[in-house]
Design a protein around this ligand. Structure first.
Ligand code: DX5
Ligand code: ZN
Length: 215
């Protein structure tokens, strides 16, 4: 069944604990934490201390999306902060294979993210070293952007790459501009996890929206 990972980037920053507590009630599977350093992306959000502060507010999976340069330096901090999944960008790490193994060595799941212009072939030799592949369908840095339909094609390409290698335990997560309409495209292409920020937090009925995103 499709998993839903609400991104708290679109939540009320003055009340993130309360926002996170609501996610279980709304039927979410993961909490998507958008970590931005102002270098890899043109925005700054929050780091491991925020993750640690939010940890006691929910038992949901913490899905940390590191939009940061040199992400390996932050891996221990996110372990200490209670992250369950740590996703790095292939464009931000010259030694991605080493960093993915490092994340796993600390008992967390390792994800690898691709920006819209990065081809699926960039992660071809990482598919057996990760637990999740994150397909960005917006240019990272902000919530509420328009879904890039061309990037969605990568979902089915990566699904085929995994199937051709007999790899069935890697999740394909899609992130950016996901709403009820674009979620159908992601599902049709083989996505396992859908990240949604604006679609959920701007909804009058977030619980219903999550159901509709699941399809
Ligand atoms: C963008 C982040 C996304 C974003 C999703 O850099 O990685 O997780 O918050 O927000 P929406 O769903 O509003 O595009
Ligand atoms: Zn994200």
């Amino acid at each position: 069944m499709i998993k839903i990972a609400p991104s708290i980037l679109s939540a009320d920053y003055a009340a993130l604990g309360a926002a996170v507590e609501k996610l279980s009630e709304w039927g979410a599977d993961y909490v998507h934490l958008d970590i931005m350093d102002g270098c890899f992306v043109p925005n700054i959000t929050f780091g491991a201390p925020m993750c640690k502060a939010l940890r006691k507010h929910t038992g949901l999976v913490f899905d940390a999306h590191l939009m940061v340069d040199n992400p390996s330096q932050w891996v221990p901090a996110f372990k200490d902060a209670g992250a369950d999944i740590v996703t790095i960008h292939i464009e931000a790490d010259r030694h991605a294979h080493r960093t993915l193994n490092y994340i796993r060595s600390l008992g967390m799941k390792a994800g690898i993210a691709l920006n819209p212009s990065t081809p699926p072939s960039a992660v071809e030799y990482l598919l057996d070293s990760c637990d999740l592949v994150l397909v960005m369908t917006v240019n990272p840095g902000f919530g509420g952007q328009k879904f890039i339909r061309g990037a969605a094609e990568k979902i089915s390409v990566i699904r085929k790459m995994l199937d051709d290698r007999g790899i069935h335990d890697v999740e394909i997560e899609v992130d950016g501009g996901v709403n009820v309409e674009t979620a159908a495209i992601c599902r049709a292409n083989g996505a396992d996890v859908l990240v949604a920020g604006n679609a959920i937090f701007s909804s009058d009925d977030p619980k219903k929206t999550i159901e509709l995103l699941r399809g």
